[in-house]
Design a protein around this ligand. Structure first.
Ligand code: ZN
Length: 391
């Protein structure tokens, strides 16, 4: 009996998610077409839709008289029914977004990472952020956090990394957020989150396999396969920054030589820039890159080398995984039109082959919010992705 009840509940939840996602994808759809689209009996569709309207997640619009017959009432998502908070816990900046059920940003803020003391300070900031959105805390269905690896997404744990302060090492972030705020929390690698956000709500929506290359303070890559993050056996997939593109190159922080990281990360670029121009010494790493991308002197050599390392790294990744689309983002690339355009051009030329459908290489449509929106999409995936239930 218990099994039967569990199965019935599971089946209802599965159908709810499929209905919500189909309505979202169609923007507006009738109950009849909804049933046909997902192959569920009309009576079941009616019952679940009634429940979702009562809950406030779906609403009726219309009627639609486009077919000439009896006009049908259409259904659409009620975007303001629930909200998700996404946080990019970056190496230099911490960006907060609040998105509605359609993943549209309704409020955002950014602060310096240095201004956050520890996890308690972060939780206090999240509470203040939700208050400033003007949204009831009970309408926030989840909080997603995206941070540079290494981390353990399953246990919501931040692991030791050279790039963020030691106060974050070994912090069970999701457990602490859930306990103190009473809101479900999710953790993911930053580039993974960005690839998931693009897959569900951005440029990757019509593609199965989406590669996101994040060139921010650090470099990362995230791969979503069939609308879910591919994490690998040890959650280490996409450790793009330590892929080797020059076996005789400079020594990397990981102890190997010629990793993408040694030339293309903002850290590497800033450290070279500081050597050639003392004026850069007083600036932060992202600001140095921002300043240098428009210069023509020796700074250009450093930029060119970064583009070269990054493009070759992306090319290697593409050759191994053959994604449908490569999306580039992160502050290092987005602050300079030249660097972005040149990287896209270089990757496209390297990937040029005789296959009939060339790979799409483009920049993110979410700008510098791509990681924070990706973090928010970790929550929204739970709303729309029925395969998450089965796993
Ligand atoms: Zn390395």
């Amino acid at each position: 009996m218990a099994d039967f009840e569990t199965n019935t509940t599971l089946l209802r939840q599965l159908n709810e998610k499929r209905i919500l996602n189909t309505v979202r994808q169609h923007v507006r759809i009738s109950r009849t077409n909804l049933g046909k689209e997902i192959n569920i009996a009309t009576a079941t569709v009616m019952r679940i839709v009634d429940g979702l309207i009562k809950k406030g997640w779906l609403e009726e619009v219309g009627p639609d008289d486009s077919t000439g017959g009896r006009p049908a009432i259409l259904l659409q998502i009620r975007p303001e029914a629930a909200f998700s908070v996404g946080i990019e816990l970056g190496r230099v900046y911490v960006r907060f977004v609040c998105v509605n059920l359609l993943c549209e940003v309704v409020f955002e803020e950014e602060i310096d990472m240095d201004s956050l003391r520890d996890i308690d300070h972060l939780i206090g900031y999240i509470t203040g952020f939700i208050y400033r959105t003007g949204i009831e805390q009970s309408d926030v269905i989840g909080i997603g956090v995206a941070a540079p690896g290494p981390l353990d997404p399953i246990h919501g744990l931040l692991l030791a990394t050279e790039d963020v302060g030691s106060q974050w090492h070994g912090v069970t972030l999701t457990e602490l957020i859930e306990r103190q705020l009473g809101i479900p929390a999710y953790l993911s690698n930053d580039a993974d989150a960005a690839s998931l956000g693009e897959t569900w709500f951005g440029l990757g929506e019509n593609h199965n396999d989406v590669l996101f290359i994040l060139a921010d303070a650090g470099i990362g890559a995230g791969l979503s396969i069939h609308r879910s993050i591919y994490r690998g056996a040890r959650n280490q997939a996409g450790e793009f920054s330590h892929t080797i593109v020059d076996i005789h190159g400079d020594l990397c922080t990981c102890g190997r030589r010629g990793c993408v990281n040694t030339a293309a990360s903002a850290y590497a670029m800033a450290s070279e820039m500081r050597k050639i121009d003392p004026k850069f010494k007083g600036l932060g790493i992202i600001d140095i890159v921002k300043e240098a991308v428009n210069k023509t002197g020796p700074e250009q050599k450093i930029i060119q080398r970064a583009i070269e390392f990054l493009s070759v790294g992306v090319y290697n990744f593409v050759k191994i995984f053959d994604p449908d689309i490569v999306i580039l983002g992160g502050r290092t690339l987005l602050f300079g039109d030249y660097m972005l355009a040149e990287t896209i051009h270089r990757v496209q030329s390297l990937c040029k082959s005789d296959v009939s459908d060339p790979i799409i290489v483009t920049s993110t449509s979410f700008g510098i919010s791509a990681v924070a929106i990706g973090a928010a999409s970790l929550v929204l995936q739970q709303v729309y992705d029925h395969t998450q239930l089965i796993e």
